[in-house]
Design a protein around this ligand. Structure first.
Ligand code: AMP
Ligand code: ZN
Length: 115
């Protein structure tokens, strides 16, 4: 656990979040400021800073985030209508929290390209 990392604290249950799913590798919870009717964050339990710092060992975890994304899409009822999985990287990507996370958005028609 990295001190002062808000997502590490959510994984550890030290600060509250609306959990959707948790296993030994990943934790899924509702985004506090949802941008769509379904907006959850899928995070590795182990602290990885961002996609830019993913090494060989962490690559498996990234694959797991995407597999869980589709399972959670089914769980939250958006698998049939469709959804988007987004991973922001760096300043231009809009990354705000430096603990790797995938956004799962659905429940409305999402515009493309994103703003
Ligand atoms: P990003 O811009 O990709 O770093 O996204 C960070 C996301 O984390 C934003 O959509 C925030 O609304 C969300 N967020 C920040 N703090 C919390 C929290 N305590 N619980 C749930 N979501 C959070
Ligand atoms: Zn962390």
């Amino acid at each position: 656990m990295t001190q002062e990392c808000i997502f590490c604290k959510i994984v550890a249950g030290e600060i509250p979040a609306k959990l959707v799913y948790q296993d030994e590798q990943v934790t899924v919870f509702h985004d506090i400021n949802p941008a769509a009717p379904v907006h959850v964050l899928i995070v590795p339990n182990r602290h990885i800073e961002s996609l830019a710092t993913v090494d060989g060992e962490a690559a498996e975890t990234v694959g797991r985030l995407l597999t869980v994304a589709d399972q959670v899409a089914q769980l939250t009822g958006v698998a049939e209508t469709g959804y988007r999985v987004a991973i922001n990287v760096g300043r231009d990507g809009g990354l705000a929290v430096y603990h790797l996370h995938a956004h799962l958005l659905g429940g409305r028609r999402l515009s493309w390209p994103p703003g």
